[in-house]
Design a protein around this ligand. Structure first.
Ligand code: PBG
Length: 342
């Protein structure tokens, strides 16, 4: 006779009680902050990104300032994207020793060596056609791209990157990058691969921010079909076999089932990327008073962690970390009283 013996409301009767039995809690250490480095900006510059309120294009030295700020509130890592001074057909600024990402990496490591610097390894911000690899007859040539990605990863490691994160979705790129890193003496540099990356409409604001929208076609020839989940298992398994140390599922909130599937099937750390469209939706809805930004932020991040993510890449990283700290200092009352309960 479940009722009245069992009353689940008993453990919900006070904030303290709810706090004690909460299964999933966020901490600032869960987050990775993405940064957009623009090579041609004057020092100490940050320019707001229209499509992503609260995010900036920053100069390489500014990356050190922002990474230190993030680190000071407990966010251990940044993920660097570069906007090069010029683009070409093969994306050669991706592996330039004086490229935006390489310079920012040097600056951050010099300013605060404890910050974990992760470099996004891809060509789309660097190619004049905006695709993630080199083209042959208007198609992305998988095998010809591998060597360029490997060179990019090595140049990032040479600049001091603590980790590289290939987001291109070419087949075999993790193995190619692992081999090149090892041959260059970076056998201790981990690879966090975007293993299950979907061809998603949620990347819109990012493509404006990173100036990397494809000039023709779309990315469905290399990124995953949103309808597929078994394929995510194959992608992740292959990346791990090729040497990935951690894997990313991306986007996050619309793909919670994929996060859970990957979590249940593999034992490597799983990161989830709360992408630009997820971020912009919360920001946009909050700006016109439809949702509470802070509560939406914390609830979405909690859901992503609850689904199985160990780490969340999010543009909210610093804001969320500060909010969590503020709540904890307020007499230990926890931040997840976010549902506007009665
Ligand atoms: C580039 C890349 C993209 C994102 C991260 N790396 C865009 C894309 O694949 O088109 C999206 C991130 C976001 O939307 O926040 N390979």
């Amino acid at each position: 006779m479940p009722f009245p013996t069992h009353r689940l409301r008993r453990l919900r009767s006070s904030a303290t009680m709810r706090h004690m039995v909460r299964e999933t809690s966020l901490t600032p250490h869960d987050f990775i902050l993405p940064l957009f480095i623009r090579g041609n900006l004057a020092p100490k510059t940050r320019v707001p990104i229209k499509s992503m309120p609260g995010c900036y294009h920053i100069s390489p030295d500014m990356a050190a300032v922002m990474a230190k700020e993030a680190y000071s509130v407990g966010v251990p890592a940044v993920l660097l994207f570069g906007l090069p001074v010029r683009k070409d057909a093969i994306g050669s600024r991706a592996w330039a020793a004086d490229g935006a990402v390489q310079r920012a990496t040097l600056e951050i490591k010099a300013a605060r060596s404890e910050v974990c610097v992760i470099c996004d390894t891809c060509l789309c911000e660097y190619t004049d056609h905006g695709h993630c690899g080199v083209l042959k007859n208007e198609r992305v040539d998988n095998d010809a791209t591998l060597d360029l990605l490997a060179r990019t990863a090595v140049s990032q490691a040479e600049a001091g990157a603590d980790m590289v994160a290939p987001s291109d979705m070419m087949d075999g790129r993790v193995a190619a990058i692992r081999k090149a890193l090892d041959q260059s003496g970076f056998e201790n540099t981990p690879i966090m691969s975007y293993a299950a990356k979907y061809a998603s409409s949620f990347y819109g604001p990012f493509r404006e921010a990173a100036e990397c929208a494809p000039s023709f076609g779309d990315r469905s020839g290399y990124q995953m079909d949103p309808g597929n989940s078994r394929e995510a298992i194959r992608e992740v398994a292959l990346d791990i076999e090729e040497g990935a140390d951690m894997v990313i599922v991306k986007p996050a909130l619309p793909y919670l089932d994929i996060i859970k599937t990957v979590r249940d099937n593999f034992s490597v750390p799983v990161a989830a990327y709360q992408v630009s469209g997820e971020y912009a939706q919360i920001k946009g809805a909050a700006a016109i008073g439809l949702v509470d930004e802070t509560k939406n932020m914390l609830e979405s991040l909690t859901s992503i962690k609850r689904a199985g993510a160990d780490i969340i890449i999010t543009y909210f990283a610093v804001n969320a970390a500060k909010t969590l700290i503020r709540h904890m200092m307020n007499g230990g009352s926890m931040p997840l009283e976010v549902h506007g309960s009665d």
